[in-house]
Design a binder for this molecule. Sequence first.
Ligand code: ADP
Length: 859
Amino acid sequence: MAKYTPMMEQYLQIKAEHKDAFLFFRLGDFYEMFFDDATKAARELEITLTKRDAGQKEPIPMCGVPYHSADNYIKNLIEKGYKVAICEQVEDPKAAKGVVKREVVQLITPGTVMETNMLSERENNYIASLSHFQDGTFVIVYNDLSTGENRLAMVTHGWEAVIHELYNQPIKEIVISSNLPGNWQHDLQAKLNVTLSFQDEITFNGEYRNLCDDLNDERLMKAFSRLLNYIQHTQKRSLDHLQPAKVIELNDYLSLDMYSKRNLELTETIIKKGKHGSLLWVLDRTVTAMGSRLLKKWLERPLINQHLIDERLEIVDGFYQGFMERDSLRESLKSVYDLERLAGRIAYGNVNARDLIQLKQSLNKIPELQTILQQFPQPQIKELCNAIRWPEQIVTMLEGSLVDDPPISIKEGGIIKDGYNEMLDTYRDASRNGKKWIAELEQKEKQETNIKSLKIGYNRVFGYYIEVTKANLHLLPEGRYERKQTLTNAERYITPELKEKEQLILEAEEKSVELEYNLFIEIREQLKEQIPVLQELADVVSRIDVLQAFATVSEENNYKRPRFVENNLSINNGRHPVVEQVMKDGSFVPNNIKLDKETEVLLITGPNMSGKSTFMRQLALTVIMGQIGCFVPCDEADLIIFDQIFTRIGAADDLVSGQSTFMVEMLEANHAIANATDKSLILLDEIGRGTSTYDGMALAQAIVEYIHNNIHAKTLFSTHYHELTALEDSLDKLKNIHVRAEEHEGNVVFLHQIMDGAADESYGIHVAKLANLPEALINRASMILREFEDVDQGEQTAKIHDSNQLSFFVEENQPAKKKDIEKQDSAVEQALANLDLFDMTPLDAMNELYRLQKLTKQN
Ligand code: ADP
């Protein structure tokens, strides 16, 4: 067995306790890593991998980062989802006998960072915990250490619902029990891209009893304790800013499954994963970082209580109309600092005097905010104004204690105002008087020696000295001065009385710096007690900010206040909030929509690229905007309050889990069917595209029928199967609409206009033409299509009218049209028949046609 040096033994012992983290092992001025940690870190951080010969045959891989620049390396690893354990020397190396004692002093993890440079200003940084109980319930706890927020949600609908809830939240890390089944653990990592951490032992910590008032259930307490235990175990620091845990009743909000969160691009786009191009991007006219974070939360949890929605809308209306006042409001909000994160940093103990000056300036803006709010007539705005408590006590304390422009460092003095502390004033007097005395001494010496250039200076090594140029040395009296230093042109001297004064001055300065530091810590401690006050204020200010943002964006983009009506949705000239902004030139074509108790399902046909999915998304986004309390993009809107939105839109392949498009389609459709109610909104776009034509059409029809007959959810269903439009005859609450397109000199022109009735044809080939495929190819395709349509006539339409849809799935019962074709047709025609044009790129189509043409020529 390899034998290691004692220090290496120590390393291995500590590493054994921190297997899932990079161990930053302090050696002198470096943090070193060894073995696998070293190999992996060298790769991740692009630093040189070296070797250390530690007394055995095989040298050990090693790499290191300098102590003073470790922050950036740590940040890099944390951003990649890793954890870093900081292991310091905890005794003086000179005093140590044998190996210096070392301990892990902090475990930095993606969910627990507090450093401003590792956090995104406008986004929360959650660490969550997930607990599963025997009765099948799951409890999720969300905590943001940087703001102190604690929220819990209970999920009772099984594992899928847990993923839907967690999806798309800014969660960096999830704490679970190691007993959670492996496939679930895998799901969390694959679908949510989070770091997993484990906390098996759960002990209730009485210290945090005051945070638990709202937790009237043992499961909630246990779940909350799991998270607290983990944080305490890793952080080893003050958690005074944690806010009382609040339970989110998921049923109080519009529920969006993970497909909708993704497909609707509420907070980030599907492809680029960025905010640009999302609904958040359009709506985010907040001024403060706190407001921006709150807006994101509101977007993810729209309301379903009409009273609460109307309350927000009323405030937005007020802000909308009082645009001058709103402008002043925005102006004052600009000077309000991130109170929420500041409170967190006060508790953590890493605020400096400059931060506190910013806090003071922010708080000084509050009365101005109140004055502006009072000018609005709406009682709801007055209420908002009354909810603001100006923390006068904090302002007075900061005003009286801190100078206006303190340095960044809290260890070099210059922070505390004169008159704040008597002792400090005494030290400062001593130092100032001492300096005055020195200035006077200089004058006196000059006169007595008659040396005009004589001066008194100070440096760190010699302290105060009297400097005389060599040319004047002969004027100095004998014996009074003691030579200390010789320069090229001058000599420096000291006198006993100068040294005596120097000691007084330096002592006073040293003491005053030390006292200032202590006073600052005292102020910070006092502020800790005021953290809840700051958090409450942060809460109101962020709400004001989001509501003014709604008013601002509504005015700028000409949105209208929606009304909420029972079972009657009617939007006049509705627009897609994001597409219209991206187009910018005002060329977006507005459309109407109506859904009520007579019309529950709209079946949308129209050529590809005509605007079907835009129209569907537009409705969902309008509904969400209305239910978060924002005005909506249209001329007039009556909306229904929906309980859930389900979507299957676009061909966004689920690349992460490697499932096929068709499987994803079916999963999303199934999720909608299994969970929707008659108060839900379902959007299904081109269901059935991912499989062969007949399968797909059969499934599409069966799904529409099922929703129509059993669920009664308001549904938009777009399809390229024209055959489905015949359903209008058999399903009384289904109505056909189509997107208008016109043929102009053989080219199709999309008008993006929604009209009643079914579309005439699919225009697929016209789209290929738009994509500039060669003319010969297009002509050939048109010919093939015509032939195909001729064969197709009759049987297919007869089939789709057949009320027994099940027959589609049962081979024996089918008159097997596909098989007939196979019998009759040539290989080329067979291949053509099997093509799914709608799932092919123009390039695929061209290649395939090229191949087929070659085959025809050979024949
Ligand atoms: P489909 O779902 O029918 O294939 P899309 O909804 O993807 O079509 O729309 C295709 C493109 O047409 C969009 O990218 C958009 O630029 C444009 N478009 C859609 N609807 C409108 C509209 N109402 N006004 C103007 N342009 C639109």
